[in-house]
Design a protein around this ligand. Sequence first.
Ligand SMILES: [Zn+2]
Length: 78
Amino acid sequence: MKEQFYNLEVDSMSWEVMSDREYPCPCKKGTYREISENDDWNNWREEVIMNCPSCKEKYVQHFFTKPDGEERWYWKEK
Ligand SMILES: [Zn+2]
């Protein structure tokens, strides 16, 4: 897959990839990739890369906060 991979290296001397997984995309014909990283100060960040061209056109990541304060997101139709 030739997705240009966000320049993880650029700002990330201290970011370490903790998990890198692929999940089925909303149309089920492709996948998206979820990368979790963790730095020396125990900060977390997540990057999500849609690999499916049709879902990339159609869906965006929509973030919301659950009542208990946890941040979540889902694929929302544009
Ligand atoms: Zn798809």
